[in-house]
Design a protein around this ligand. Sequence first.
Ligand SMILES: [Zn+2]
Length: 143
Amino acid sequence: MTDSKTSLKPLQPTLYELAEDGHSLNFFFAQCGACGGLSFPANAPGCMHCGSPLSEAQRVTRPGGGELLEFVTLHVPLLHGMAAPSIAGDIRIAPGIVEEGVMAVGDETALRHGMTVRAIAEMKPEEGVYACRFVPVNEGAAQ
Ligand SMILES: [Zn+2]
């Protein structure tokens, strides 16, 4: 094994970075100085909760993941480089913040509404980047 994966760059460097375990992703949020709420992405112009400008907001790094709200299998790639079929999900990554993500599972039978998922890196060494994917956190764990 080489540590070449650490030389890969995030596909969306304003949104996430590789965590210390070399596999999970941390997401970047902005914490509003007025109401304390988190906004995503961290470079959003205003707080998603109270509308205050975020120019002075503190940047917060948290493990990426959340609650899987909805998911759907896409049989046509929506984005360049996206495999088809693939499963897209709506994930609540923080209170009041729902983002769309790609689920790294074989099919929908691995997924349930309301389950907890976490963000991992999908390494694309041929492109020099890693992308964000979501997987269930409860693999092998009791519910
Ligand atoms: Zn606010």
